[in-house]
Design a protein around this ligand. Structure first.
Ligand code: NDP
Length: 299
C-alpha cells in the first residue's frame, strides 16, 4: 500500500476532488436513504407488534402455513447466494466503471475516492463477497427459503447495493473527511462485529455435524448453543452483524446512506433475535433463562 495513501488514511488529510457524479444522484441517494429509515421504522413496528418472523430458517419450519404463503422453498444455499449477490456485484460494477472513467484504473479510483472511502467500499465488498459466495457454501442443513422471502431479500440487496455503491463511488464526499478517531473507532467496531458474526455463525454450524449436515430439510436438527458467545445473548451472530454496520456507519462519519443501512439492520434483526430467544425458551425450557436476544441485558 503506498505510503501517501496510508498517511492520508491515518491523518485524515483532505482528499482530491470526487469523481464526476450523475446530476440527480445526490438527490436520489438522499431520498433513498430517508426511505430506508422510514422502512426500518415500519419493519421494526411490524415485526414487533403485527406479523410473525419472516418464515425462513426455524420460523419457516415451525410455521409452515406462513412459509407456504411466500411460495415454494428454495434450497438454503442457492437462496442465500442469489439474494445476497446484488449487494456485492452492483457496487463492484460501479467501482470498476469509475476506475475506467479515471483513466488510471484502481490507482485512479483510490485517488479519486480518497483513502477513507476506499476502505469503506472495500469493507462493504468484502462483507458481501463472503455473504454471497462463501457463507452459502458452508451452510449445514439449512432450512429451505420460500421464494417470496428470497425475492424480498434480493430486492433489498439490489436497492442497498445501489444506494451504498452510488453514495461511495459517485457522490463524492457527502460530508467533510471523517475525523481520524471516529474513522478508526468505527472500523475497529466493524472488524470486531465481523469477527463476532463469523465466530457465532461457525459455532452454530458446528452444532450440525455428521449426518445432520447431509439433509437440507431435516426438521428438529437444532441444539441449544453453549459457550461464551452465547452466555449473554441468544443470537451473537445478529449482535455481530448489527455492530458491524453500526461501526461502518460511524466510520463514514454517520453519512445518511450508511446510517440508514445500520438502522435497517437493527430493525430487521432485533425482533428476529427476540423471536429466536423466545423459540429457544419454548423448545429448551430453562436453557436460555436470563439471556437477551441481541443486545446483552437490554434487548
Ligand atoms: P440463524 O442464526 O437463524 O441461522 C444460521 C444458521 O445456523 C442456519 O443454517 C440455521 O439453520 C443454523 N442454526 C441456527 N441455530 C441453530 C441451532 N440452535 N442448532 C443448529 N443449527 C442452527 O441466522 P440467519 O439464517 O437468519 O442469518 C445467517 C447470517 O446472515 C447471519 O450471519 C446474519 O447475521 C446474516 N443476516 C444479515 C441480515 C442483515 O440485515 N444484514 C439479515 C439476515 C441475516 P436453519 O436454517 O435450519 O434454521
Amino acid at each position: 500500500m503506498p505510503l501517501p495513501f496510508l498517511a492520508r488514511l491515518l491523518g485524515g488529510a483532505p482528499p482530491p476532488p470526487p469523481l464526476p457524479c450523475p446530476p440527480h444522484a445526490p438527490a436520489l441517494v438522499t431520498a433513498a436513504s430517508w426511505t430506508m429509515i422510514a422502512a426500518a421504522l415500519a419493519t421494526w413496528l411490524a415485526l414487533t407488534f403485527a406479523v410473525p418472523p419472516a418464515p425462513y430458517g426455524r420460523h419457516g419450519r415451525t410455521n409452515p402455513a406462513n412459509a407456504a404463503r411466500y411460495g415454494r422453498g428454495l434450497p438454503a444455499r442457492a437462496a442465500w447466494a442469489l439474494q445476497e449477490l446484488p449487494a456485492f456485484l452492483i457496487p463492484l460494477a460501479l467501482a470498476v466503471h469509475a476506475a475506467k472513467v479515471t483513466g488510471s484504473g484502481f490507482t485512479g479510483l483510490t485517488a479519486a475516492l480518497g483513502p477513507q472511502k476506499t476502505v469503506l467500499l472495500g469493507a462493504f465488498l468484502a462483507h458481501y463477497a463472503h455473504r454471497a459466495l462463501i457463507f452459502p457454501l458452508r451452510i449445514r442443513g439449512g432450512a429451505r427459503t420460500p421464494l417470496g422471502i428470497a425475492a424480498l431479500a434480493f430486492l433489498f440487496c439490489t436497492l442497498n447495493g445501489t444506494l451504498q455503491g452510488a453514495a461511495l463511488v459517485w457522490c463524492g464526499r457527502e460530508s467533510a473527511v471523517v475525523p481520524p478517531a471516529l474513522f478508526k473507532g468505527g472500523m475497529g467496531a466493524m472488524a470486531a462485529g465481523g469477527a463476532l458474526n463469523l465466530a457465532a455463525d461457525g459455532a452454530l454450524r458446528r452444532l450440525r455435524s455428521g449426518a445432520a449436515s447431509s439433509s437440507s430439510t431435516a426438521a428438529g436438527a437444532y441444539k441449544l448453543p453453549a459457550g461464551p458467545l452465547f452466555a449473554l445473548v441468544a443470537c451473537p451472530n445478529y449482535s455481530g452483524e448489527a455492530l458491524e454496520w453500526a461501526g461502518w456507519a460511524a466510520a463514514s462519519g454517520f453519512s445518511l446512506p450508511a446510517t440508514a443501512f445500520a438502522l435497517y439492520t437493527l430493525a430487521n434483526l432485533g425482533p428476529r433475535a427476540r423471536a429466536h430467544n423466545a423459540w429457544y425458551r419454548a423448545r429448551f425450557p430453562g436453557g436460555f433463562e436470563g439471556r437477551a436476544g441481541m443486545v446483552p441485558w437490554v434487548y
